[in-house]
Design a protein around this ligand. Sequence first.
Ligand code: ADP
Ligand code: MG
Length: 839
Amino acid sequence: APALGKAATSALPRPPTRPAVFVPVHRTPEMQAERLKLPILSEEQVIMEAVAEHPIVIVCGETGSGKTTQVPQFLYEAGYSSDNSIIGVTEPRRVAAVAMSQRVAKEMNLSQRVVSYQIRYEGNVTDETRIKFMTDGVLLKEIQKDFLLLKYKVVIIDEAHERSVYTDILVGLLSRIVALRAQRRRPLKLLIMSATLRVEDFTQNQRLFVRPPPVIQVESRQFPVTVHFNKRTPQEDYSGECFRKVCKIHRMLPAGGILVFLTGQAEVHALCRRLRRAFPASRSQPPGEEDDKDSAEEMRKFKKSRARAKQARAEMLPQINLDNYSVLPAGEPDEDREAEVDDEEALGSDLDLGLGDGDESRPDGGEQPDASLPLHVLPLYSLLAPEKQAQVFRPTPEGTRLCVVATNVAETSLTIPGIKYVVDCGKVKKRFYDRVTGVSSFRVTWVSQASADQRAGRAGRTEPGHCYRLYSSAVFGDFEKFPPPEITRRPVEDLILQMKALNIEKVINFPFPTPPSMEALVAAEELLIALGALQAPPKTQRVKQLQRSRLSCPITALGRTMATFPVAPRCAKVLALSHQHGCLPYAIVIVAAMTVRELFEELDRPAASEEELSALKARRSRVAQMKRTWAGQGASLKLGDVMVLLGAVGACEYAGCAREFCEANGLRFKAMLEVRRLRGQLTTAVNAVSPEAGLFVDPKMEPPTKSQVTYLRQIVTAGLGDHLARRVQSEELLDDKWRNAYKTPLLDEPVFIHPSSVLFRELPEFVVYQEMVETTKMYMKGVSAVDERWIPALLPAYCQFEPPLEKPAPTYCPESGRVLCHRASVFYRVGWPLPAIQV
Ligand code: ADP
Ligand code: MG
């Protein structure tokens, strides 16, 4: 069994092999005082001795105990970054990598040249860098370049409890790298840090660690948190419920910050707006000031729906006398106040707020709450710009109460100071995939018990706190204990490609902390074989043997090239094929835009009112018109949504990537900025593979010529080939649900072109699509038309060639006869001659 806790680790055999160096750090006295409050400080000795004696150490501690900010400092001071080596820290989230590097630099009184970060698009790493925070994906790429990670003396895998796929893979890889480095007498230390106690997947996994590493448990100074469940069964409108709960807390409970957990960015913004209107902070922070997008329009819609709701309520509840509610802050616009009061009145009575009926049951019995206290409302989610995220760490303005409305990021990655009340909607938004087909959908689901407890724990950091759960204790009892690791929930082709590029051929033997399912592995390997990234097993092997041998196919040269691009394998194939006819610059734009996803703002949302509906409709038709313009006619229209991406990015860059341009044309400004950054990064990656290409990012790129468009169609077909679909012919119509439907090799169900596609009305016979999403129906998004004659040449893996028929139909070439391709439920009849193209 692993050595547990302080006693066990300090009883380990002597002598410690700690580096003798001590690197001084000149912290400010204030900072030093703040550090000393952190529980992990008292464990420094224990942790450092364990690190000195063991190659791998696990550190567990409550969120906020100081793991992320302090452990790298301990290591730095103990000389683990001497001799120009680096202390590496990986984070599953970009937000955390950036924020933590800034925080640690500040604590150590060092510049960001020394304590730096590297995330996918950017970084500030220099030659002087000694502590480097990065996303787990960045370290995985580095392992490809230098398998032994010789730059590093220590690698810290932070937030291991999140079980992100890259974290899992890194733990597996590093368990091997540590052994190899020991053999070479250049030991590497591995620290795994985790918030919750569920470390058995790491410690009890014999394939991962032969000898279980010691686990150091940091006792946290957690204050008690009183958890209040809702009595009622949970309802759909948890956002509204959050709003009411925050209002009640703010009006009735003593000072202390409020942290609200919601599921997504849009919800966070909506609630922030609503709260700011209800409790304006001050003149310097007008409502909506920090909203990054669409605020004017949203606000207008919001006002309208609010007015309608108010009217509806007035009709329903004419007997309520609003004059009785005097707890509201003075000087607020009346219309909103009334509406909010109504909300509370209508729902307040049956809520168990833990507030009871009278003063005596108020949790702290403390000071009289100040109802006119303004609320300092801040959003927090992973895509928020770093400088805006940093606001939650700044002191709250004098005389206001902090209210942070956050997504899951506030659960463990970031600790916000001064939180006393947590409002937990109990939900989380997750992307779900069908493991085999890769069909994805976003779903809002209940969190796990572990997550709910983490969220509650945020309330007890500085003093006893309260957590209001907007669900009943019975529902909580039905939650899963822990969230399942990500690797078991998503397709793994990108991982498998990265691993093969590391020459890990027998993926099946890899020491995953939790292995992906066999189906997912087989599906990934098949896709990679079809894309030409892996060598197909010899044809003679039949299906039964295939499965085992497939899981050990070696990587091809094409696969290696593909693995160097930081994009999904299908997109990487598009890039790898584009080195002809001047297609590369266009392919880079296409792949960047596909990778960033959701270039266009969401216009499918339900409307709350007639006016909102007509505004939405107007906007939809405007965007549809722009898409048609960008798609053009003829060959270019056949490139479909891919052409729209090219046109949109081209037009946007031509307009200087201005926010106004994006807003006017329904493009997400942030997405366009990401496309720009990814374009730069992919251009660099392509230049590294083929320096002779000498590519550069040209914002004012000419549109592709007609023949280039055709080549691009072929390239896209070859890259997305496993996402091929054929329109159901009228003679095949089984019933009405198949009208305008397509068939795909993997699904028995009808699938449709998404209404947002420019090919929605064109209905080409064959299409490839970027992704399939399931909403009311199965929809293909990112659709491009395929010329059927290309299929046998470009996608032989998806065809079965039958011997020539005895009497070939006169329209087909006499030498070859008719070619019939068949796979699963899809039949492709392919004509002749094949097009002459280079692949
Ligand atoms: P853990 O990794 O164990 O969850 P952290 O090291 O992230 O803990 O945080 C330790 C403490 O440092 C927390 O109390 C947190 O509030 C504080 N902290 C972290 N980042 C900042 C920041 N940017 N500004 C102020 N305080 C911060
Ligand atoms: Mg942390």
